[in-house]
Design a protein around this ligand. Structure first.
Ligand code: SF4
Ligand code: MG
Length: 284
């Protein structure tokens, strides 16, 4: 069994001191250890951003794609080899801005993949522009008088869009983050976890104290299988920020529904006897 420490690579992260990405990286490694996932069966996929460098630091397969395109790459990987455990990491800007369209359609498909949104409410790598999750009035390098746009809630969007596991947590409490990651990674279907994260370099507003004062667990009697109450909870206006699993649904995955994928993974299937002549001849 692989231990979290064995999942370190030769490279050291170059993130700023105090960056939340360090905690997310540690939790990903710990979740892989606790689940007993094999390195050769696991792949971490990302796009572009500070946190999207994460595949370099986990000793499993990795793929860094184009900005906003982590989900299509992960989709292709899962379609080719459904036996792989696929973890996707995106930032809030990368995953919800540039990749927003892919987010919606991945929810509809319900592939069995885990999507971690490293949500620091700002574009960190490109020096602090406001992002889709920056609140109205947020001052940044591109919104000196405050952002004018209404923020997008990853939780509300994911519940409405059809994700079958929707959770919010933070990197303030690493053991809670690891627990939720494990639940998401064992969920069969598209699991979205909005991980609230510190960016001490470009987001001085949402710092450790801000989160410590506001984060609260969802109520004990909360029913995460009720879509209507999950949606209501996600749009509730309150001083507090709810943490926990907002919504879980059992629904067949995309892989379950594609006839050719119901047997072994496509990469293992024998393609020698597949004749394409009829198809090619059509276009001669
Ligand atoms: Fe982390 Fe922000 Fe620095 Fe990027 S800019 S490495 S998100 S602290
Ligand atoms: Mg960001």
């Amino acid at each position: 069994m692989v231990l979290a420490k064995d999942l370190m690579t030769m490279q050291n992260p170059t993130w700023c001191p105090g960056c939340g990405d360090f905690v997310i990286l540690m939790s990903v490694r710990q979740a892989i250890e606790k689940l007993g996932w094999k390195q050769e069966d696991t792949v971490v996929v990302s796009g572009i951003g500070c946190g999207s460098k994460l595949p370099r630091f986990v000793k499993v397969y990795g793929f860094e794609g184009l900005h906003g395109r982590a989900l299509p790459a992960a989709t292709a990987i899962k379609l080719a080899n459904k036996a792989l455990n696929v973890i996707v990491v995106t930032g809030d800007g990368d995953g919800l801005g540039i990749g927003g369209n892919h987010f919606i359609h991945t929810m509809r498909r319900n592939l069995n993949i885990t999507h971690i949104i490293e949500d620091n409410r700002v574009y960190g790598l490109t020096k602090g522009q406001y992002s889709p999750t920056s609140p109205d009035g947020f001052k940044s390098s591109t919104s000196l008088s405050g952002a004018l746009e209404t923020p997008l809630s990853p939780i509300t969007t994911a519940i409405a869009g059809g994700a079958t596991f929707v959770a919010r947590t933070s990197m303030i409490n690493p053991s809670k983050l690891t627990d939720i990651l494990i639940k998401a990674m064992t969920h069969k279907g598209y699991a979205v976890i909005d991980v609230l994260q510190l960016c001490p370099s470009y987001n001085k507003t949402f710092d450790m104290n801000w989160y410590k004062e506001r984060l609260v667990d969802l109520p004990e009697n909360y029913d995460s299988t009720n879509k209507v109450s999950a949606f209501e909870k996600s749009i509730e206006v309150t001083e507090k920020v709810n943490e926990g699993i907002f919504y879980i649904e059992e629904r067949p995955t995309y892989e379950d529904k594609v006839t050719q994928m119901q047997k072994e993974p496509l990469v293992k299937q024998n393609i020698e006897n597949i004749k394409m002549d009829k198809f090619y001849n059509k276009f001669k």
